[in-house]
Design a protein around this ligand. Structure first.
Ligand code: FES
Ligand SMILES: [Fe+2]
Length: 377
């Protein structure tokens, strides 16, 4: 169902009606809940969020990461990953400053030891550590998995919540490459809005993408789906009178697919059939900081710049986006449009970002309506 077909109901929705994602896009009569700026983190703790690249932590390696304002230790045992609160149960020392040898994670302060499941196995100051003390000292650990070259953590266990499927990222015939995670001193919704925005290329990317970009965007089709939305548009060639467009600047079809809450892919299909898929996941550190995990994949025999050159170019483009996001006020987009606003919006330029804001509110509503989260609010 396209937005154009539903302009009356979607963009002018009444306060007392919300669409239901789980059952498809339709309206149900229910009062819309009031959200606070804490609501997104409370809801999103059930989702999987990236916290590290697998390649950045070798066996025996430790790292720290702040997710939803909680400091985590990420430890790579020979048998797998451990993600836990980065505070020793004894005196709160950061375990990520400790060591991991022979399957034993050791706190740097008094040497308490932990296994790959977070169980406390030894208290060196006691000859015979009592079982109850060991039991009390279990780390507060979280479900963790490795996929798409990244380590993912779910801070509130919910087996029904899965990662979005992107088969191309795991197809050995494709070339898949994660980029360097990039800290944005801006809220995660600022980053998502930036990734969905197509009218900033000529300005924010004047020295990279935007040499020949027009701020006028092509006609796009937005479709609301069970778990998010997608946008399809023909993307014009970025050509100048003096320069023929390269492969990546040539005309192509563009599909932007947002899997709520914060997993968005861009698929480019070129005239010769080659394809490129990029993903951005701004993993929330605090309400006003996120780390953008991202990757790109190109189809077999991609006739264009080598993947490494594409990656270097994408790093420059992302940095230009980072500067824009870090210089917006406020640092995060207000959740409630009536309290501070989403800005002066224009169509079609802001339609996609506006779709995200509206869908994200509806996602929160759906999750809150589900008893598991409602109890914690
Ligand atoms: S604080 Fe970790 S062993 Fe004492
Ligand atoms: Fe950009």
């Amino acid at each position: 169902m396209s937005i154009a077909e539903n302009a009356n109901c979607f963009f002018h929705s009444r306060r007392d009606t919300v669409p239901c994602f789980r059952a498809g896009f339709h309206f149900m009569n229910a009062p819309e809940l009031e959200f606070t700026e804490e609501t997104p983190f409370q809801v999103m703790k059930r989702t999987w969020q990236p916290v590290a690249l697998s390649r950045d932590i070798s066996i025996g390696g430790l790292a720290s990461y702040r997710l939803f304002d909680v400091e985590l230790i990420i430890a790579r045992f020979a048998t797998g990953w451990l993600a836990a609160e980065d505070a020793c149960p004894h005196k709160g020392a950061r375990l990520s400053r400790g060591s991991l040898h022979d399957g034993v994670l050791q706190c740097p302060y008094h040497g308490w030891q932990f296994d790959a499941e977070g169980g406390c196995t030894n208290i060196p100051s006691l000859l015979y550590p009592p079982c109850d003390k060991l039991k009390l000292s279990h780390l507060r650990n979280y479900p963790v998995q490795e996929r798409y070259g990244m380590v993912w953590v779910q801070m509130e266990s919910d087996p029904s919540v899965k990662l979005p499927e992107v088969p191309e990222f795991e197809d050995p015939a494709w070339t898949f490459l994660p980029g360097p995670p990039t800290l944005f001193r801006a809220g995660f919704r600022r980053e998502i809005e930036n990734y969905l925005d197509m009218t900033h290329f000529a300005f924010a990317h004047a020295t990279t993408l935007g040499k020949a970009a027009s701020p006028l965007i092509p006609e796009m089709r937005i479709t609301v789906l069970d778990d998010g939305f997608q946008m399809d548009a023909p993307f014009p060639a970025l050509a100048t009178p003096h320069e023929q467009p390269g492969k990546l600047q040539s005309a192509h079809l563009r599909r932007q697919r947002c899997h709520l809450p914060n997993f968005t892919t861009i698929r480019q299909t070129f005239a010769d059939g080659d394809e490129r898929v990029l993903v951005h996941i701004p993993s929330p550190n605090t309400r006003t900081e996120c780390t953008c995990f991202w990757a790109l994949a190109v189809s077999p025999g991609f006739d264009g710049p080598p993947t490494q050159a594409q990656m270097e170019f994408a790093v420059k483009v992302l940095d230009e986006d980072r500067v824009m996001c870090e210089n917006q006020v406020p640092a995060e987009i207000p959740l409630n449009p009536s309290r501070g606003g989403w800005g002066v919006l224009v169509t079609p330029g802001d339609t996609l970002a506006n779709t995200f804001q509206k869908c994200f509110r509806r996602y929160l509503h759906e999750e809150l309506a589900d008893g598991a989260v409602a109890r914690t609010i």
